[in-house]
Design a protein around this ligand. Structure first.
Ligand code: GCW
Length: 734
């Protein structure tokens, strides 16, 4: 038994080539791990990127003398969290218990804290440097303290010290040097928030990884210990906020009964620097307060929100604030009372301001008017209010103008509201990207958005600069991600979806990070240190987004998913009352061609972009081909840059997406033995589904568009597996 265990553990640290020569060491290691309680852990993905498995032998030898004790003085909950994380992490990685000490008596002490918690740190004379890094930033230095070589991790805030501790652990987890450190880090964005679309009945809107992590029935008496691990994972990547409930909100969340539950959750999150936010329902003053109206200009309504805010802050002193979806998809809002978005947002902001809370107002607003282009709606609705929102209001804008499609151009509001604090909202949960069945590494897609140049202040006015304050110097900055977590043992349904959680945090901390680097860190921490395997997995992750776009919505197609659940293709869909919920509205296929004309001859939504982006998109000859059908209605025989017709090119994109799923399956199979068998098999199963779905997408979409194009499939594209009627008859199952 023990020996079987030993083999799989060794695989985990990728020493498999040397299995024979280190047999004895392995046995000792296994014994030690059993002693430490580590080796019994299943590779079920629960531990995320914080597995703290034994590192390769060569690195252990390098690290051990540098990590002999953990010196964290002070007793706050955050300091305790730092201490236990470092002890658990270092002990697991180095395979030897790391001592907790009050002072430095040997080389290799890791000294962590703030000038307030640690006299060692206050004695360093780092006041100026630490002040510049704020309470979430940190400094890590290899340092000579008296006669001893130590590592100092210091911050002006305990959250910063915790982030520093995780940074230090990551260095070892990714096999980086730790002997000559001089690191200064601080987050570039202030609000780094996960938005949970969790309902009070435990279901999750667009959730594909089980039920909600918050057990509202059991709270506040019983708090799931798992919540602490959720907070640890967030802190490890610098996420500092979490909105607990769905933006399609239920007023009940603001009742005293539920606020007590929320407070219990906040208590668990607080030591990890994670603040709680809530989504209030705009009409709560009526539903809970018995008022006749929720009109934001009604003094009684404003007073109700003030009282409610006071009540919340009494229970949760560090409460973050409100995330509001108003007058969107049936939600009530200020316009229900003939007021505008500013009236609503500023009224709520005034209630939170005395407590330093914020209102995050969502820009996802679109009306159903005849002849209206949904892609232009948020801009039309919100842009005129630039400069009118209170100083504690942020406007949260989705990455693209429609709705988390596999690929969209950046949202035209970025760069169009210089006097408004814009937050970028991305979606981790894969509503339109194959749920938790498809491998898609989203930081690659988010990079595309962050790097998009808005030209708002001339060249190099990227979305990244709009949101991080370098373009407009706003007081508050942020990035939000719609969470992909749930009660599934591996948190996100698909092992690779964990990388999107990880990557979201890393990008919100530093929106300049290359996606390749994020993937490389994550693979090393989560799967393996085998250089070749890391290279292969990294490449697959970086390719995955383009592949999904290829087999779902290439060349700028969008929103052609099955109605309602959005899984699988249904470009023929035309039965919703609202035009802008029907796929046919978005692709506009006809005998002549395909695509949505958003130029002057069509909706002219393209005019919302600044020149020269606008002109580049508007001109068929300069429009990037990956947005061609987003902005233009293009003839089937239009010559693409490749020389092929649009129809042929479209078909070949679908085929290329399918081909990718096939080669990826093979490449993944070849990694058996490098990756633990449990996760290897689970990912393999998901990849099989991904291939099935990609084929379905290709066939269904091409067969349907062929009824307009009346052209044969080009050479190289497989013949469809079923008839169009069969694809139309029932949705792809997940
Ligand atoms: O993408 C759409 C989803 C809705 C969601 C909405 C939003 C929470 O289909 O489920 O509602 O966006 O972002 O508000």
């Amino acid at each position: 038994m023990a020996c079987e265990h030993q083999t799989s553990n060794l695989k985990g640290v990728n020493l498999r080539h040397k299995r024979n020569s280190i047999g004895l060491i392995a046995c000792v290691t296994v014994a030690l791990q059993l002693f430490l309680g580590a080796s019994t852990k299943a590779e079920d993905g629960y531990r995320l990127w914080l597995r703290y498995e034994l590192l390769p032998k060569q690195m252990i030898a390098v690290y051990r003398p540098r990590v002999t004790s953990v010196v964290v003085t002070g007793k706050s909950a955050s300091l305790n969290a730092i201490r236990s994380e470092l002890v658990e992490g270092c002990t697991g990685l180095l395979g030897k218990p790391v001592a907790v000490a009050d002072t430095v008596v040997h080389d290799g002490a890791i000294v962590v804290g703030t000038p307030t918690s640690s006299s060692l740190i206050s004695g360093l004379g780092w006041q100026r440097q630490l002040a510049g890094l704020g309470t979430e930033g940190f400094r890590i230095r290899s340092f000579k303290l008296g006669h001893h070589s130590v590592t100092i991790i210091a911050s002006n805030g305990e959250a910063g010290a915790l982030y520093g501790a995780f940074y230090f652990l990551r260095l070892m987890q990714t096999l980086q040097p730790i002997d000559n450190l001089d690191v200064s880090e601080k987050p570039r964005l202030q609000l780094r928030v996960l938005d949970h679309w969790d309902n009070l009945d435990g279901s999750i809107e667009r959730g594909y990884a089980g039920r909600s992590l918050w057990d509202w029935k059991a709270l506040p008496e019983k708090v799931d210990p798992r919540l602490r691990d959720y907070a640890r994972a967030n802190a490890s990547v610098g996420i500092n906020g979490t909105t607990l409930n769905n933006v399609n909100a239920n007023s009940q969340i603001l009742t005293p009964e539920y606020l007590r539950k929320v407070a219990a959750v906040a208590d668990v999150f607080r030591p990890y620097g994670l603040r709680v936010y809530l989504s209030p329902r705009f009409s709560a003053p009526i539903e809970l307060g018995g008022l006749k109206t929720a009109d934001p200009l009604d003094p009684e309504v404003a007073a109700w929100w003030r009282k409610k805010s006071d009540e919340i802050y009494k229970m949760i002193p560090d409460f973050g604030g409100f995330l509001v979806k108003a007058n969107s998809e049936g939600q009530p809002g200020p316009r229900t009372y003939n007021r505008n978005h500013v009236d609503g947002a500023n009224m709520m902001a005034a209630a939170l301001a005395p407590h330093n809370g914020v209102v995050i107002w969502r820009a996802f607003v679109y009306d159903a008017k005849p002849g209206y282009d949904r892609a232009a709606a948020a801009y039309d609705n919100l842009q005129p209010f630039d400069g009118q929102f209170a100083s504690n209001v942020l406007l949260q804008v989705k990455n693209g103008p429609i709705d988390f499609q596999p690929r969209e151009p950046f949202h035209p509001l970025f760069g169009a509201m210089p006097k408004t604090q814009l937050v970028l909202e991305v979606q981790l949960t894969q509503e339109y990207l194959g749920f938790s069945n498809h491998l898609v590494f989203l930081p690659q897609m988010w990079r595309e958005i962050l790097d998009s140049d808005t030209y708002a202040n001339g060249p190099a006015s990227t979305v990244r600069k709009v949101i991080d304050g370098s373009l407009y110097h706003q007081r508050l900055t942020g990035m939000a991600g719609v969470a992909n977590t749930g009660s599934d043992r591996n948190w996100t349904g698909h092992h690779f979806a964990q990388a999107n959680w990880y990557g979201f945090g890393r990008l919100a901390w530093n929106p300049d990070l290359p996606s390749r680097r994020i993937a490389e860190e994550w693979i090393n921490m989560t799967f393996t240190h085998d250089v070749k395997a890391v290279g292969t997995i990294n490449r697959l992750m970086l390719e995955s987004h383009e592949a999904v776009v290829d087999y779902m919505t290439p060349l700028g197609l969008h929103h052609i998913m099955w109605g309602g659940h959005h899984y699988g293709p249904a470009p023929w869909w035309n039965t919703f009352d609202r035009d802008d919920w029907n796929p046919v509205y978005y692709h506009r296929a006809d005998e002549r061609g395909l695509g949505f004309d958003r130029t002057e001859t069509g909706s002219n939504a393209v005019s919302q972009y600044h020149a020269p982006v606008r002109d580049r998109f508007a001109n068929l000859n300069t429009c990037p081909e990956n947005f061609l059908l987003w902005f233009h209605h293009v003839p089937w025989d239009y010559r693409m840059r490749s020389g092929r017709t649009m129809w042929d090119e479209l078909a070949l994109h679908y085929q290329r997406g399918v081909d990718w799923t096939r080669t990826t399956r093979k490449e993944w199979d070849a990694l058996a033995g490098v990756i633990d068998s449990e996760r290897h098999a689970e990912v393999a199963k998901k990849l099989a589904i991904q291939e099935r779905d990609a084929i379905w997408w290709r066939d269904a979409v091409l067969l349907y568009f062929q009824t307009f194009s009346k052209r044969p499939l080009p050479a190289g594209v497989d013949q469809p597996a079923k008839s169009l009627a069969e694809y139309k008859a029932k949705s792809l199952s997940w």
